[in-house]
Design a protein around this ligand. Structure first.
Ligand code: PLP
Length: 393
């Protein structure tokens, strides 16, 4: 059996005619820059996330970059983030001339550790930390209650890197209980990526910034168009960060299916969890299955909150690198997210020296993502777990 990490063809089977119709609509409209498809998607994403505004951009990377530019962050400033993320999270900080500061992760969720965030903010006597970028890794939100509390205390804006977490729900404590808020809607702004492997993937690159703050959203919208207002009068230096209308039209076909896809991914995660528990591998300490930190024991019923949307299903595995090779030999797709923590990346040079984040370093040695896409079958999942059992035998 062949089990790819991601099978976009499986999704295409049911969507092909709608996608082609959407692309044709854009081609025939001759509205090839901005226009009604982009505006419609922005309104739909804002409604989906529970924000007042959404601004379509070229990619998740440019969403983050535009947010840092909108905050006016540059040389002399520092930005607090996690060392365990895709490179873009750190890359944008360096590109605006600022310096990344790394809080370690907490091992259960792989997300930024709030005690570490607090320590770094308390140590920042000169107040050079000008933003916090938490990442909602693998599809589960970071501790946003803690982050927003510290952000308010220290007066630092929060830009959520929600590239892997569109639609993920977070139980924000409110008087008398919790209110489920969607990823990207809690900080000053949230950044999404429509890279094809994300839960909501385009037919190419794309991204979005969402915000509850209309001044901030206006600034991002200005920056995506070279800071021009009106045309040819440049109030600030921005870039060409405009979302392609063909992508917007394709994403509008997919958005109505997104929650169903999240639920199928959650069903698949539950199945893996069951199979691994039954295999004895978890008990034997060979693998650790991912944790839903906000709903232990709640289950994955149709109405349960989407606190984890499983953009990735990530194990911690003993003898990880040998297991990767074994899975490859058995035609099972897998990937390591991420083999090198950001503070150890070569391009960081001097800035990475002396930085120590032991939990992130430990995670980088053991994590392994298995296929989790919605169309994955039970038979395929059984096969994956059987092969892993064979490996450890
Ligand atoms: C995918 C991703 C990005 C970048 O998004 P692109 O659309 O590929 O530019 C940023 N941060 C995280 C955590 C991501 O997973």
């Amino acid at each position: 059996m062949n089990v790819p990490l991601l099978d976009l063809k499986a999704q295409l089977d049911s969507l092909e005619s709608d996608l082609l119709a959407a692309v044709t609509r854009v081609v025939k409209s001759t509205r090839y820059i901005q226009g009604p498809e982009v505006e419609a998607l922005e309104a739909e994403i804002a409604a989906y996330c529970g924000t007042t505004r959404a601004v379509g951009v070229t990619s998740g990377t440019d969403a983050l970059l535009a947010c840092l530019m909108a905050l006016g962050i540059g040389p002399g400033d520092r930005v607090l983030t996690t060392p365990f993320s895709f490179f873009a999270t750190m890359g944008v900080i360096l590109r605006v001339g600022a310096v990344p500061v790394f809080a370690d992760i907490e091992p259960k969720s792989f997300n930024i550790d709030i005690a570490s965030v607090e320590e770094l903010l308390a140590d920042d006597q000169q107040r050079t930390i000008k933003a916090i970028i938490p990442v909602h890794l693998y599809g589960q939100c970071a501790d946003m209650a803690g982050i927003m509390r510290l952000a308010a205390q220290y007066g630092v804006p929060v830009i959520e890197d929600a590239a892997q977490a569109i639609g993920a729900e977070y139980p924000m404590p409110v008087e008398g209980g919790v209110q489920y808020m969607r990823a990207g809607s809690m900080g000053l702004a949230g950044c999404f990526s429509f890279f094809p492997s994300k839960n909501l993937g385009g037919i190419g690159d794309g991204g979005m910034v969402v915000s509850q703050d209309s001044d901030f959203a206006d600034m991002v919208a200005l920056l995506r168009n070279h800071g021009a207002q009106p045309k040819y009068y440049h109030r600030m230096v921005g870039g060409n960060f405009r979302l392609d209308p063909i992508q917007a039209a394709a994403l509008r076909v997919k958005l109505p299916h997104l929650d169903q896809w999240h639920r199928l991914r959650r069903r698949n995660a539950s199945r893996y969890n069951e199979f691994f528990a039954a295999s004895g591998l978890v008990e034997a300490g060979k693998v650790a299955t991912p944790q839903q930190v906000y709903e232990e024991g709640v289950g994955n019923g149709a109405s349960s909150p989407l606190t984890h949307i499983y953009n990735q299903y990530v194990l911690r595995a003993d003898k990880r690198d040998q297991l990767v090779a074994w899975l490859g030999e058995n035609s099972i797709g897998c990937e390591i997210y991420y083999p090198v923590p950001l503070h150890r990346q070569e391009c960081l040079g001097e800035l990475g020296r002396g930085v120590s984040c032991p939990e992130a370093e430990a995670a980088a040695e053991r994590t392994l993502a298995l296929p989790i896409y919605p169309e994955l079958t039970e038979e395929m999942q059984r096969y994956v777990v059987e092969k892993i059992v064979q490996f450890y035998r």
